[in-house]
Design a protein around this ligand. Structure first.
Ligand code: GLC
Length: 563
């Protein structure tokens, strides 16, 4: 399980970074999905040199860090979350030297870089899994994964009733080396993503090595994929209940594949390793858990922060948002960790489209050309208001590439172009997550709208994506890009990330709070509401007069506060 490293590690280049041990507590972290950010070599797929070439965009935007989704060698059965080699770069994305160059340039610009760690599963092309297939039942090679005999007299039934997150059983039967029907292996996701057995010390040691590999190169931390699934309940008991969405305990018991007590010891080991560096490297948990369960992962000696998916799942409703904000702050304050906020990522419908539907939306189902389409202007208006609300909250915020352009979900992709494994595994019932992964528009014109020279991008871009391009918005007053830039600048200037939220009494359908000197008012109703007297407007998600129109968030100071 070792990887040849043809490129010597560079010393961490920290010249442009603030010497700040708590940067992550207030950071705005921008997610780059490498396949779709920018294509420097013209093959229709984004790559690391493409990212490096556009880092000035992130510096301009004013983010503190970027998170790179996987760029490791991978058969791309699940957009790179099927890793065949944890310590190398997929040739489609470049080389380790390209990674080092990206990191060095980002650091010069004062931007930290965290990478994706995918510890729950690897690719079925990973050498360790290939060796396990070739080895016999009961071998050391098989013990790195969850291999079991099947149920039933001839072992033709899966070992338990767990279902895959991508539909169908969570087990696949193999053919043994001698051609006979063989054992089954566990994959909570695609069959191309076998789950590692974290009870095995060799798996733990190998991941320590992977962490060191990226830390030694100067990487600032890790976003940890499906971290709550690493440890499974002993005996892998049946669980005849749903396991999707935000995972809740049932009668006080967590499902046997999620949030088992044993995960915490793993995170503590990682934290100890990170702390042997300069005290500025971080771990961010991806776990679809309610705030109080997620908070247990970010106790002082475990990870630094966790995504707040409860916030992301909340519709554009005043009461619901207020409740989730309070619950999130309470849960995280209780363990001394910053609360994070997020509205979009590579797994869910972009919020500019999500908010364009009245009523609940299936986040990961995707939309086809024949499905009901979102109301675009409404979606964008609410998305801008939601972002303005989010960026005023204390803690750390995550942005997903393209949201700063107000980019809508691609809701009419040709079905033949779809790549998300759930589309095939669900028998074409669930379209999946491709609509939020379409290559970005950088210029209003030109092949692939400036994504690269090749118009034949790996997912086709909608014809109107050019109107959302960076170049079309940079200097346009009122553009979404300028709104984001302005909010981030104000957020930094007024230290909102480090602030405190205090609610102010407000009419129904209105949320109002103060954070430091800044007051925020969001109107969720259908009628305009008056701005308080003596207000100085700092920012607004839509044009306002002395009244805040529906679906609008404003930031302001009042005379009493300025005094
Ligand atoms: C995480 C990733 C998602 C991936 C899954 C399996 O949820 O964000 O994209 O499909 O894990 O790795």
């Amino acid at each position: 399980m070792t990887t040849a490293d043809p490129t010597p590690a560079l010393a961490p280049a920290i010249t442009g970074l603030p010497a700040d041990d708590t940067w992550w507590r207030t950071a705005v972290i921008y997610q780059v999905y490498p396949r779709s950010f920018a294509d420097a070599d013209g093959d229709g797929t984004g790559d690391l040199p493409g990212i490096t070439a556009h880092l000035d965009h992130l510096a301009d935007l004013g983010v503190d860090a970027l998170w790179l989704s996987p760029f490791y060698p991978s058969p791309q059965r699940d957009g790179g979350y099927d890793v065949a080699d944890y310590r190398a770069v997929d040739p489609r994305y470049g080389t380790l030297a390209d990674f080092d160059a990206l990191l060095a340039r980002a650091h010069e610009l004062g931007i930290r870089v965290i990478v994706d760690l995918v510890p729950n599963h690897c690719s079925d092309q990973h050498p360790a899994f290939c060796a396990a297939l070739a080895a016999a039942p009961g071998s050391d090679e098989r013990a790195l994964f969850h291999f079991r005999d099947g149920r039933g007299p001839d072992g033709s039934l899966p070992p338990n009733d767990w279902t895959s997150m991508f539909e169908g059983p969570a087990w696949t039967r193999i053919t043994e080396a001698d051609g006979s029907p063989g054992q089954w292996y566990l994959h909570l996701f695609d069959p191309g993503q076998p789950d590692w057995n974290w009870d095995n010390a060799a798996v733990r040691e190998d991941f320590q090595e992977t962490l060191r590999f990226w830390l030694d190169r100067g990487t600032d931390g890790f976003r940890v994929d499906v971290c709550d699934a690493l440890v499974k309940a002993p005996g892998l008991p049946d669980w005849p209940r749903p396991t999707h969405g935000v995972i809740e305990p049932v009668d006080g018991v967590m499902p046997p594949m999620w949030d088992q007590e044993g995960i915490h010891e793993i995170f503590r080991t990682w934290r100890r390793l990170l702390d042997t560096y300069d005290g500025r490297r971080i771990l961010c948990a991806e776990a679809w858990l309610p705030p109080e369960r997620a908070a247990r992962i970010i106790r002082a000696d475990e990870m630094h922060q966790a995504f707040n998916f409860r916030f992301l799942e909340t519709p554009w409703q005043a009461d619901a948002l207020r409740d989730v904000i309070d619950a999130s702050l309470a849960a995280n304050d209780a363990v001394g960790a910053p609360t994070t906020w997020v509205l979009s990522n590579h797994d869910v419908m972009r919020h500019a489209s999500r908010f364009g539907y009245e009523g609940p939306v299936e986040l990961e189902h995707g939309v086809g050309a024949d499905d009901p389409q979102p109301d675009r202007p409404l979606g964008l208006r609410r998305a801008r208001a939601a972002t303005a609300l989010m960026l005023a909250l204390p803690g750390s915020a995550y942005l997903y590439q393209g949201e700063e352009l107000g980019l809508p979900e691609a809701t009419a992709l040709p079905d033949a172009a779809r790549q998300d494994p759930v589309w095939e595994r669900s028998g074409h019932r669930i379209r999946g997550r491709d609509g939020c992964r379409v290559p970005l528009p950088w210029t209003a014109e030109g092949p692939a709208f400036g994504f690269g020279d090749n118009p034949d991008t790996w997912l086709p871009q909608p014809a109107d994506y050019g109107s959302y391009a960076v170049s079309a918005q940079r200097d346009r007053p009122g553009s979404t890009l300028r709104l984001y830039r302005g909010l981030l600048e104000l957020r930094r200037r007024h230290r909102l990330g480090a602030g405190d939220l205090r609610w102010t009494a407000s009419p129904d359908q209105v949320l109002r709070f103060a954070n430091g000197p800044v007051e925020v008012m969001a109107n969720f109703g259908t009628e305009p509401v008056a701005l308080p007297a003596g207000t100085r407007l700092l920012a607004s998600s839509a044009p306002v007069t002395d009244r805040v129109p529906p679906d609008t968030t404003v930031w302001f100071t009042t005379e009493s506060r300025q005094a």
